[in-house]
Design a protein around this ligand. Structure first.
Ligand SMILES: Nc1ncnc2c1ncn2[C@@H]1O[C@H](COP(=O)(O)OP(=O)(O)O)[C@@H](O)[C@H]1O
Ligand SMILES: [Mg+2]
Length: 424
């Protein structure tokens, strides 16, 4: 494989046609019926809210739908940072009838990522778009039942997608193995499917990681590569994991299970300690642990002594989780840390993410939204775990040194070393 042609498999094997989307027959039928009603001008609700767990095929289904029924797709990821300009762009697009360019379909991806605190008026803006649209609109969400989404639920036809079964996941993995000429042990595919918990995105990424190690995918290579490749969680999912951890290792894992920088995740924890904890004692102990994590991180940045990282993670994970005085499973609504409180580091981090998305979207012929949600989290895992492979990718895309450094974090030196001196 020449690195010039490298395409992440989750992009390469995205369903092209509605029939390539496995399972989800009910959702497909409902969506197609709704789209037909639109075409005949008989639609009751101008928007659909398509929901289901991560990696069950929401974005893929909408993209496949557009391709199959010859719509031009306009996408916006609602949890991106440049939302305001984006909403205006989409609103304009939606309010215009289809012209010479053909029929339009509008995708508002991940509306549950809308942050009611940081983004007052975000939901209203989307409601306005739906009210004035002359084109079909599909919104997606993992969790459509968050309170602030209620107005969107009311104006949309709510369609559910199912969590994929192990069998579904295996069937897609088998196809990929064939296309990539891999020898895959059926037990290895089953193992990947089991670990994915129905999340096809993480399953495909796991297969790719195992295949990068060895063309022959066995249970052993899967175990070797997925041991470190935990699922990438959304910040709020990681918070839930952290605050509900019953074991130390779970709390520690939660701190490294997002694609946020440590500083950013500290900001998230900081914001939620008072949400999860009630007694002054718990709150005090949690903040105490968190501030110590912050001190360690500061020292690491100054001294570049990454051995201290383990202590920092110990404090921000188990330190915070076991500040509680009694255990009770809690699910709390999350809020995005206030922008002003975000540290300079995380602002830079967002800029890097944007810059990288820009480069990769052009090279992968896909949208920035997809790159942000699907590709970058995976690259961060590769860059921090497999420097030689990461260097191949960096060279393939001629990524600037700065972005490589950001992606690889503590292992930047190693990756850059390989970029300069490729391993034979
Ligand atoms: N039902 C499915 N059939 C085939 N491939 C799927 C399915 N669901 C997910 N995938 C694959 O998994 C990856 C992530 O899917 P995506 O549609 O982005 O999930 P979601 O938007 O629900 O989080 C894609 O690369 C896609 O190829
Ligand atoms: Mg999606």
């Amino acid at each position: 494989m020449s690195s010039e042609k490298y395409l992440p498999w989750i992009i390469k094997y995205r369903p092209k046609h509605v029939n390539d989307v496995v399972n989800q027959d009910e959702a497909k039928q409902k969506l197609i019926a709704w789209l037909k009603a639109w075409e005949e001008g008989k639609v009751e609700k101008k928007a659909v809210l398509l929901h289901g767990p991560a990696g069950c095929g929401k974005t893929s289904l909408v993209e496949a739908l557009a391709r199959t029924f010859k719509y031009q797709l306009f996408e916006m990821n609602a949890s991106d940072s440049r939302r305001k300009a984006d909403i205006e762009r989409i609103a304009k697009m939606a309010s215009q009838t289809s012209g010479l360019t053909g029929r339009k379909l509008i995708l508002l991806d991940e509306v549950d990522g809308l942050d009611p605190h940081a983004d007052e008026g975000g939901v209203e803006a989307l409601l306005g778009v739906i009210k004035n649209t002359r084109n079909p609109i599909i919104m997606t969400a993992n969790n459509p039942y968050r309170e602030h989404l209620r107005p969107l639920r009311e104006v949309a036809e709510v369609i559910q997608m199912k969590r994929l079964s192990e069998k579904d996941v295996v069937s897609v993995l088998e196809k990929i193995c064939k296309a990539e000429n891999l020898t895959c042990d059926p037990a290895a595919l089953k193992e990947i499917a089991k670990r994915s918990e129905g999340d096809m995105r993480s399953a495909i990424n796991d297969l790719e990681a195992a295949a990068a190690l060895n063309k022959k995918v066995t249970v052993d290579t899967v175990k070797a590569t997925t041991a470190y490749r935990n699922r990438v969680y959304a910040p709020w999912e990681a918070l839930q994991k952290l605050f509900n951890a019953t074991y130390i290792f779970q709390a520690k894992e939660a701190t490294t299970s997002t694609d946020l920088s440590h500083d950013e995740f500290i900001t998230w924890i900081n914001e939620h300690i008072p949400t999860y904890y009630e007694t002054p004692e718990e709150i005090w102990r949690a903040y105490e642990a968190l501030s110590r994590a912050d001190v360690y991180l500061g020292r690491i940045i100054k001294s570049q002594n990454w051995d201290l990282l383990s202590y920092a993670l110990e404090m921000m994970g188990p330190g915070v989780a076991f500040a509680r005085t009694a255990y009770k499973y809690k699910w709390k609504p999350f809020k995005m840390p206030e922008r002003i409180k975000l540290l300079a580091e995380s602002r830079r981090s967002r800029e890097y993410r944007e810059a990288l998305a820009e480069i990769l979207a052009a090279r992968l012929l896909t949208s920035k939204a997809i790159v942000m949600s699907d590709v970058i989290p995976y690259l961060r895992v590769i860059f921090t775990q497999n420097p030689a492979y990461a260097a191949k990718i960096a060279r393939g895309y001629r990524l600037p040194e700065e972005l490589v450094t950001w992606l690889a974090g503590p292992r930047a030196k190693e990756v850059l070393g390989y970029v300069k001196k490729p391993k034979k």
